[in-house]
Design a protein around this ligand. Structure first.
Ligand code: NAD
Length: 243
């Protein structure tokens, strides 16, 4: 049924979570081996208020970054890219911050990053982009925390932390995609992080078919037209002949 529905869909929206990147070696958050088994999240307000939190946040970032730097797109990413290249997928909405959809060949015009991007950093005051390599060098070598070279503001990874305002344009683009799709495909998300988790049901209410591929059950399984509790790469790859 997955292959048949994907073959006949004309305006697919793909919604990805950390689960699409576990086959690339990046742990997700909520699986037993996930990042949260190791670290509790740092709230945005704590990052702003406390040097200790900022130090802890950068320390963790450089531990997690090791997995991200060596990761390559897997069969699941390639299958999603194929749907875009075939002109069937109008938008990929991702909660991921690893940049692997871009590496697989999906351009910004077809991609919405709801939670930002962890492959670079940004000044929280003026928005200036900062590369991670010099930040890591100064932090690990001299214990220095980064400040903006332009305005002196606090610099943070360009990801959205808990308690941080979501990017307005990304939310708008995701919302529009949900209004215009005929099939909404969830890949590897526990669907418990809001507002991101509102998008599958918005698309469903607008008349789209909802398909969920996730190892474990999600709170939205009962609303889906098809639920597959399997691995994303083999499941989606086989359905659309991508290897
Ligand atoms: P999550 O960790 O809450 O859920 C991931 C889900 O994917 C789980 O339900 C798990 O069962 C499933 N899963 C894992 N590997 C799978 C596979 N190979 N095939 C099928 N299912 C698989 O992740 P989430 O829903 O994306 O939400 C948590 C937040 O995690 C997001 O905001 C995201 O920014 C952040 N995050 C991102 C990355 C990344 O960029 N790769 C990694 C960890 C966390």
């Amino acid at each position: 049924m997955l292959g048949e529905w994907l073959a006949t869909a004309r305006r697919v929206v793909v919604f990805t979570g950390a689960g699409i990147s576990t086959e690339s070696g990046i742990p997700d958050f909520r699986s037993p081996q996930g990042i949260w088994a190791q670290f509790k999240p740092i709230q945005f307000s704590d990052f702003i208020a406390s040097e200790e939190s900022r130090r802890e946040s950068w320390r963790r970032k450089f531990i997690i970054d090791h997995d991200m730097r060596v990761a390559r797109p897997n069969r699941g990413h390639r299958a999603v890219q194929a749907l875009v290249a075939r002109g069937q997928c109008i938008c990929v909405i991702t909660q991921n911050i690893d940049g692997l959809h871009q590496v697989s060949g999906i351009t910004e015009s077809h991609l919405v990053e709801l939670h930002g991007n962890g492959t670079y950093a940004k000044c929280l005051e003026c928005g200036h982009r900062h590369e991670l390599a010099p930040i890591e060098h100064a932090f690990t070598g001299r214990g220095e925390l980064p400040h903006c070279l332009i305005c002196g503001g606090l610099v943070k990874a360009a990801t959205i932390s808990f308690g941080q305002t979501m990017p307005t344009t990304a939310i708008q683009r995701a919302d529009e995609a949900c209004q215009n799709c005929d099939l909404f495909l969830v890949l590897g998300s526990s669907l418990v992080v809001y507002p991101a988790a509102t998008f599958p049901l918005r698309a469903k209410r607008n008349g789209a078919r909802l398909i969920i591929i996730n190892r474990e059950p999600t709170p939205q399984d009962a609303h889906a037209d098809l639920v597959l509790h399997g691995e994303i790469g083999p499941t989606l790859g086989a359905a659309i002949d991508v290897f």
